[in-house]
Design a protein around this ligand. Structure first.
Ligand code: PLP
Length: 405
């Protein structure tokens, strides 16, 4: 098993300095860093076999197509989807959710129907549904959260009704780190014959995603959140849904036969992959998945759990620091505020110490409204982070306090 020093050596960017200080990268919720093997895999596509996929008879196109389809199989196996037809490549979580909101809405949603979301959602899992509701005359219903930042399940059960057409919730909150009770959410929805979409943007990086066990109907995630390249994402959908709903984009590759009178669509999953897909990034994502598997998912979880407890301990000991999101079921993400200090000031001073944190609403304004605040500082950790880095953050926060209070 690799120790953390060896793991860190796999990520070239982690050894760089920022303002002459060692980089402490605590913005993994926004995007993760890439191991060398991912950079190499993408580089190799462009250097050795770049050719547009699925269309050519020539050698390079064949090689690219093969690598792209192998990447799909890699993703399928990683998330434990039953069939490759159920794995659609997209541009990212946002692209996946927008696609389903459009296509599912077109096929199944009518005026007066309801979509259930939670108050913990990222804007990417709110706005596409709002847009669809406006088009269709449907209504959003929102599961409330408690002071700890957990959804209130009893209220959710009350929201499920014969008007509910779909439930769409995050696997974990990007703003607070709360892990949602997906078993309860999905089984209650299914008992009411309602399908469920899981926004896995913050879940894919931290946990074992087994879609056969989870049994959600749709699952969305981004490659860049799991050590893969930007510009690639995944939309998983159970075949029975993907076969029924219309495509969300038209163009090359998603068609079977085109005339000006009528177009018939390609088989799954290509029906949802219009235009030139980002095949180099798909290959990079496959390499990121191989990397995660080579480190070991259980090992990653144990490293992250250790960081979670240590950071909890260190941050809780800091006077005048409030942590938002106190659920016991959390990913290692910490949203906090220091009394009388604006989050941007904290973030900017920490940055000068080489510590990268995120500040603001984290694209989750309803969460901030719940607490009556206009933002937080967020430190989001992953397995390549260290306890020394957590110490650097805690010391940095103390310095911010002495400078500004
Ligand atoms: N959903 C959640 C929970 C997120 O954290 C994010 C990004 O931070 C997204 C959706 C959007 O992801 P992307 O910008 O990769 O599409």
């Amino acid at each position: 098993m690799k120790n953390v020093t060896d793991i860190r050596a796999d990520f070239p960017i982690l050894s760089r300095k920022v303002y002459g200080k060692p980089l402490v990268y605590f913005d993994n919720g926004a995007t993760t860093q890439k191991p060398q093997c991912v950079l190499d895999a993408v580089d190799k596509v462009y250097k050795e076999y770049n050719g547009n996929i699925h269309r050519g008879v020539h050698y390079l196109s064949d090689m690219s197509s093969e690598a792209y389809e192998a990447a799909r199989e890699n993703v399928r196996s990683f998330i434990n989807a039953e069939k490759r037809e159920e794995v659609v490549f997209t541009s990212g979580t946002t692209g996946s959710i927008n696609g389903i909101a459009f296509s599912y809405g077109e096929r199944y949603v009518k005026a007066g129907d309801e979509i259930i979301l939670s108050r913990l959602e990222h804007h990417a899992n709110i706005v596409p549904w709002q847009m669809m509701c406006e088009r269709k005359g449907a209504v959003l219903r929102v599961i409330p959260i408690n002071e700890k930042g957990e959804i209130v399940l009893d209220e959710y059960y009350k929201l499920l009704s014969p008007r509910t057409r779909l439930v769409s919730v995050a696997q974990a909150s990007n703003a607070l780190g709360t892990i949602l009770p997906l078993n309860e959410i999905i089984s209650a929805a299914h008992s009411a014959n309602v399908p469920v979409l899981i926004d896995g943007a913050q879940g894919i990086q931290h946990g074992i995603v087994d879609l056969k066990e989870m049994d959600c109907d749709f699952y969305a995630f981004s490659g860049h959140k799991i050590y893969g390249p930007n510009g690639i994402g995944v939309l998983y959908g159970k075949e029975k849904w993907l076969a029924e709903i219309p495509p969300f984009q038209g163009g090359g590759d998603m068609v079977d036969k085109v005339t000006f009178e009528k177009t018939t669509y390609n088989e799954l999953p290509f029906k949802f992959e219009a235009g030139t897909m980002n095949y180099p990034a798909a290959v990079g994502l496959a390499s990121a998945i191989d990397y995660v598997l080579s480190i070991g998912r259980d090992y990653i979880a144990s490293l992250e759990n250790e960081l979670l407890s240590y950071a909890n301990e260190r941050l809780a000991a800091i006077k005048d620091l409030t942590i938002y999101g106190r659920s016991e079921h959390k990913i290692p993400t910490f949203s906090f505020h220091i009394k009388d200090i604006h989050q941007y000031d904290t973030g900017m001073i920490l940055d000068k110490m080489g510590i990268a944190v995120r500040t603001g609403t984290h694209c989750a304004q309803p969460v901030m409204d719940h607490y009556g605040i206009d933002g937080t500082v967020r430190a989001s950790l992953c397995f390549y982070n260290t306890k020394d880095e957590i110490d650097a953050l805690a010391d940095g926060i103390e310095k911010v306090k002495t400078m500004l209070v």
